[in-house]
Write a protein that binds this ligand. Structure first.
Ligand code: NDP
Ligand code: 2IT
Length: 452
């Protein structure tokens, strides 16, 4: 009965969200997952409900959308769309990455911006949430084309961001190369050297451990979850998806902590290496993806005991732990069931929303250790927050100092999830825990500001 009443409330809430944001299925999915945690919580916390704080949180503070025109190497003008979704700055300036990928739409960036608000709140740092990007595809472009695009994109973007207003960073398709071009153009136009972007190169204001932070953080979070069962990563077979920034450092930290990564993927398919990816093999993957910029099928020419599976994802390979680290909705309901049937005990999401709503239900019903991206991958933005601190202080911390802070932050995020997500039978619902903990801090700040 209680269950049905809540379901009706969630449906009514979602009908309103969908009506206000038609044609944005990923955004609806992200809101629905949070609504299922927050709406029952509001029942016992009427002051948030009376002020309609959660309803307000589903509408971005503002959306900026603009044309980006740049010249390709043949001198032909190319047109893309640029966006910045400034979702919520109740607890700090807007913070979140840029994604450059042909699939980017306003709906994609609204889902990412919405998730970012809760994630950033969980980091314990004073960071609001935002996301931006473009439908520009860096793949197959020359460095100079990428540079011209980044300069054209930043020429408009620069008027909307700033070190105390909105601090972008990287995401899919935006790595060290793109951040360099973007920061250079911002600096040129503003005539100021400030920490307006994070993920910068070490020689111009970047933080040690920022490139590693998302992947390392996701594995540290897995370590915390396993510790609640008196377990650890030693000897565990690990399924990783993706082969970009997050996947690379996830693989590295799994190796460091004694686990055995046996898969990785990209948009063309996945590789299964039953002998395990070693540090040497990882260096080869990094070279393929960031220097040669080719697909991962080349791996098996170098390591013939591995197999390449075009057009597939790694979830049918038996493994103890799963680290989805590529993109949204890469684990379907069927994939989730297969993982459980094959004995998977833990899922730590390095990617944002990699599991479909139905897949999440499968993991929660099976009561495995399942950490949603907004908790497990928050290490990246947390170290971005520490890059901002170092920029403001005009000094930089050592690798060990930043790594220690990252581990401490992941512990605190884990603790918040346990505090708000533990159920009567002792099971920790990390989805509920992350959503409620993230919500409270932002909601309390919004209440303090009155009606706006
Ligand atoms: P990268 O661009 O470095 O790597 C992305 C990886 O995912 C590549 O292997 C890419 O394959 C693959 N991929 C991208 N899109 C698709 C798709 N539609 N289908 C299949 N594979 C795809 O990005 P990151 O590693 O930075 O980001 C990975 C995930 O982690 C994203 O969900 C991102 O939002 C999330 N994240 C990133 C953070 C960061 O600090 N960078 C922080 C927190 C979360 P290919 O090379 O073929 O394109
Ligand atoms: O999804 C994410 O948290 C990121 N892409 C990182 C954002 C950031 O500001 O470092």
């Amino acid at each position: 009965m209680q269950h049905e009443r809540i379901a009706t409330k969630v449906n009514t809430f979602m009908a309103d969200v969908i009506q206000r944001s038609p044609g944005e299925p990923e955004f609806h999915q992200a809101v629905q997952e949070v609504a299922e945690s927050i709406i029952p919580f509001l029942d016992t916390h009427p002051r948030y409900q009376a002020a309609k704080v959660f309803e307000r949180m589903t509408v971005p503070d503002r959306v900026i959308m603009f044309r980006v025109v740049w010249e390709d190497d043949n001198g032909t003008p190319q047109i893309n769309v640029g966006y910045r979704v400034q979702f919520n700055n109740a607890i700090g300036p807007y913070k979140g990455g840029f994604r450059f990928h042909p699939s980017v739409t306003l709906g994609t960036l609204k889902f990412l911006g919405f998730e970012q608000v809760f994630k950033n709140s969980l980091t314990t740092l004073p960071l609001g949430g935002g996301k931006g990007g473009s439908d520009f595809d860096p793949k197959g472009k020359s460095d100079r084309e990428v540079m011209r695009f980044c300069q054209a994109f930043m020429t408009e973007m620069q008027r909307h961001i700033g070190q105390n207003t909105d601090i972008p960073a990287g995401d899919i398709g935006v790595g060290a190369r793109e951040i360099g071009y973007l920061f250079g153009q911002y600096k040129r136009i503003s005539n100021e050297f400030t920490g307006v972007l994070t993920g910068k190169g070490l020689h111009y204001g970047g933080s040690l451990i920022r490139p590693e932070a998302t992947g390392y953080g996701s594995v540290y979070f897995a370590k915390e979850m396993l510790a609640t069962k008196n377990d650890n990563l030693v000897g565990k077979t690990c399924l990783v998806s993706g082969s970009g920034n997050v996947a690379q450092y996830t693989i590295e930290k799994i190796i460091d902590l004694g686990g055995k990564p046996i898969t990785f993927s990209d948009s063309t398919g996945f590789v299964h290496d039953p002998e395990g990816v070693t540090r040497e093999k990882l260096a080869y993957i990094v070279d393929l993806k960031t220097v040669q910029r080719v697909d991962i099928s080349h791996y098996i020419q170098h390591y013939p005991n591995a197999t390449y599976h075009p057009g597939e994802r790694p979830w049918a390979i038996p493994g103890d732990l799963a680290f989805p680290s590529a993109t949204q909705n890469e684990i379907s309901e069927t994939d989730a069931k297969t993982l459980i049937q094959n004995g998977c005990k833990l899922v730590s999401e390095g990617a944002n929303m990699p599991t479909s709503l139905e897949g999440v239900e499968v993991f929660r019903n099976a009561k495995i250790l399942y950490a949603p991206g907004k908790a497990a991958n928050a290490g990246g933005v947390a170290i971005s927050g520490l890059e901002m601190s170092q920029n403001s202080m005009r000094l930089s911390w050592t690798r060990d100092e930043v790594d220690a802070k990252l581990q401490e932050i992941m512990k605190r995020i884990h603790q918040q999830c346990v505090t708000h997500g533990q159920e009567a039978d002792g099971y920790t619902d990390y989805v509920k825990g992350a959503n409620i903990a993230g919500f409270i801090k932002v909601a309390d700040a919004m209440l303090a500001y009155g009606v706006m």
